[in-house]
Design a protein around this ligand. Structure first.
Ligand code: FO1
Length: 333
């Protein structure tokens, strides 16, 4: 079966027509929301033509192991082994190792499953042997049989720090230990801002046909990626059409604290507020049917507003959203 008949969206066939060696679609991704969208995208076009630039601002060390939650959420989802109920971690996971650590007095608020630990053991061993985070990510991608390319935004340490009403916290202290209860007063991306983009990051933006910002938290998941030197500039200067999908629907986040973060940082929890954050480089902004009335506000920012069903409850929803965005992007080329 040819790619054209297997994948009904003409955008996916451009590469063959042009014979070009470029990446077709690059996606800037946080965790669960991005992974769901990517599952749909990988069903709607050849997955090998998708590059994912993953947020590593959430990375942390637990029990001596380097954990990259957003990269792993994307990896597990695309490999079809994610725990679909919670959206992260592995399906059918057990926690014997964590229970043993707890008995020895270790802090175990970050729930690392037995099989998930294998991923972190492997990654950490490779890092200690001198491999970069991108090299370790590539090895894991192959091990899990995932065809999309997954690259970290940077190979350097880039942990997000948060100033909150309960003091300064690492991302995972805020997100998991304190269950996103503190109010975020300032997000500190200075580590990301002092990092270098990982190999292939800037090229995958400048050479893509389209770049899509997944429906991820614009402050805490996309924010660290945009803070890496050169990435925002590459998005402004690329000839690719840059699109973004709002993670805010009806004033609420699809998942996680994005709405509260936008409100506490003074942006307002609306799709239009997300569009404003991306105003300098986004050409197509996807907002949910529930927010259709914000279409005009978004178009006044100089973007094309696309109204779609962005709430992804089923695999079919994911594929439909990805497919309709691909069609929209193809229509613009
Ligand atoms: N999220 C939680 O809410 N609680 C956890 O204990 C937890 C453990 C965990 C382990 C590995 C991993 O890859 C992800 C994990 N997550 C957990 C998810 C993660 O903290 C967040 O989804 C992201 O960092 C935000 O995108």
């Amino acid at each position: 079966m040819s790619a054209g008949t297997e994948f009904p969206f003409p955008f996916a066939c451009k590469k063959q027509e042009r014979g070009s060696a470029c990446n077709m679609i690059t996606v800037l991704a946080g965790g669960v929301g991005a992974a769901k969208f990517l599952e749909g995208l990988a069903a709607a076009m050849p997955p090998a033509e998708i590059t994912v630039i993953a947020n590593t601002g959430d990375d942390a060390e637990f029990h001596g192991l380097h954990v990259s939650p957003d990269m792993d959420t994307v990896l597990y989802t695309l490999a079809g082994v994610v725990d679909r109920e919670q959206g992260w971690g592995l399906a059918g996971e057990t926690f014997h190792c964590l229970a043993a650590l707890e008995r020895m007095g270790e802090e175990t608020w970050f729930r690392l499953g037995d099989r998930d630990l294998a991923t972190h053991l492997l990654r950490t061993r490779r890092l200690r042997q001198g491999a970069t985070l991108s090299e370790a990510a590539e090895e894991l991608r192959r091990a899990f049989g995932v065809r999309c390319r997954i690259i970290p935004m940077t190979d350097d340490p880039a942990g997000t720090r948060l100033r909150t009403d309960q003091g300064e916290l690492s991302f995972q202290e805020y997100f998991v230990k304190l269950r996103q209860k503190p109010e975020v007063l300032e997000a500190d991306f200075s580590a990301a801002a002092a990092s270098k983009p990982a190999p292939g990051v800037l090229e995958s933006i400048t050479r893509a046909d389209a770049v899509i910002l997944a429906p991820s938290n614009p402050i805490l998941s996309i924010g660290p990626i945009l803070a890496v030197p050169g990435i925002r500039e590459a998005l402004r200067n690329t000839t690719a059409t840059v699109a973004a999908i709002s993670p805010i629907v009806g004033g609420r986040a699809l998942k996680g604290p994005a709405a509260r973060n936008l409100a506490s940082l003074g942006y307002g929890a609306t799709a239009a507020a997300v569009a404003e954050l991306y105003r300098d480089f986004v050409k197509v902004f996807v907002l949910d049917e529930q927010d259709a009335r914000q279409r005009e506000i978004i178009e006044r920012k100089g973007m094309r507003a696309m109204v779609a069903q962005t709430v992804m409850r089923s695999s079919e929803d994911r594929r439909k959203l990805a497919g309709s965005l691909l069609k929209e992007l193809e229509g613009l080329r």
